[in-house]
Design a protein around this ligand. Structure first.
Ligand code: SAH
Length: 346
């Protein structure tokens, strides 16, 4: 029986070099193929024009290149672009290109669906179907880089892991993808321009700190009171705030990298002075800033954005305590491309 062909992009450069040596060829052939796969984005072995026909056929007999396909591209009237991306097994994830006057940011997915059950997030309704492979994450970024060049005449400048899924629940693949994105053979992007956003998995935050990663960390906090946080993010019962706090202190001690807390203020959930006070206390544990995110309604309407007054109370209290606070207005709402709206509707 014919064995299933392997995804060639699951191999490291070393493994590719070893493969060619084992085939009686030379190790540098591995470098050539690696360059085709990662720098030049080859979609088929036949694209590899400096590789002999015989070698290309041999590769085709052994491997596949599981490229993603942008199945549908939607453009918002604010310039935001949402890609529905089809994976080799037919599953779909979404990624978003967010343009501002100076930057293009890619918001990418790390899982198909999500295993967490945040009550306010549309992706949570999908459940987790599987993790994305490093090449599937890389391809989303590459596709957005191409679109940025095509539509905005400039390369991609920033990446946020704020699409579908919990990146720290697919840690190894996310790190491998970031390695590719930052390496000169991939996109050569500085890790300082990459932000990994997590709901807060303490053990994994510590692991990242130990590995001294260079990208930025954002934590979806939404409440600094356990009871409230557990009611909207049920996994907080397993990873309570004191564990999160300890992991974040550890992160800062190791990386000296300031943390961003993402925070939505909802009517009747976390819009009281006691909620802000708890946030101020939490911000003192490790150098950090707060990003207040506008709520993007998902279909059932259980949650409502707090009023301007509550928002202003947050801003005033945080500023009075010398905590940097920014307000992030939504982009791409009209095409369901904003934070928490990614749910493969199409
Ligand atoms: N799982 C990761 C990354 C994906 S969510 C995380 O939790 O950080 C990206 C951001 O969007 C998170 O801060 C999340 O809390 C926020 N978010 C989710 N649903 C939202 C919604 N409906 N409106 C606004 N922000 C939302």
């Amino acid at each position: 029986m014919k064995t299933k062909k392997k995804d060639i992009r699951a191999l490291s450069k070393e493994q590719l070099r070893d493969f060619f040596v084992a085939e009686g060829d030379q190790a540098f052939r591995g470098n050539q193929v690696y360059e085709w796969l990662w720098s030049k984005g080859a979609h088929s072995f036949d694209d590899m024009t400096n590789i002999s026909k015989q070698t290309r056929t041999m590769l085709d007999d052994n491997f596949v290149i599981n490229h993603i396909k942008v199945d549908q591209l939607q453009r918002s009237n604010d310039g935001t672009i949402k890609n529905a991306v089809k994976l080799h097994d037919g599953l779909i994830v979404e990624s978003v290109l967010i343009p501002t006057s100076k930057r293009t940011t890619a918001c990418v997915s790390s899982q198909v669906g999500c295993s967490l059950d945040c009550k306010f997030c549309a992706t949570a309704r999908l459940k987790r179907m599987r993790n994305l492979n490093p090449d599937e994450i890389f391809d989303q970024v590459k596709a957005i880089d191409n679109e940025s060049r095509l539509y905005f005449d400039r390369p991609l400048s920033n990446i946020v892991f704020m699409g579908m899924g919990e990146p720290l629940m697919n840690y190894n693949n996310v790190l491998k993808a970031i390695d590719k994105i930052t390496s000169s053979e991939g996109l050569g992007m500085s890790p300082k321009r990459i932000t990994v956003s997590t709901s807060g998995v303490p053990k994994m935050i510590k692991k990242m700190a130990d590995e001294e990663v260079k990208f930025k960390l954002a934590v979806s906090l939404h409440s600094a009171i356990d009871e409230v946080r557990t009611s909207i993010m049920p996994f907080n019962a397993t990873f309570p705030l004191k564990d999160l706090r300890e992991a974040l202190e550890y992160w800062y001690a190791k990386t000296k990298n300031r943390i961003t807390y993402e925070y939505v203020v909802w009517k009747g959930v976390n819009d009281k002075q006691k909620d802000v006070d708890a946030l101020v206390q939490f911000c003192k544990f490790a150098p950090s800033k707060v990003n207040l995110i506008e709520y993007n309604p998902i279909d059932d309407g259980d949650f409502q954005q707090a009023n301007e007054e509550a928002l202003q109370m947050y801003i005033n209290t945080l500023e009075a305590n010398n905590i940097t606070v920014t307000v992030r207005r939504s982009r791409g709402k009209d095409i369901d491309a904003a934070c928490g709206q990614l749910a493969n509707k199409s």
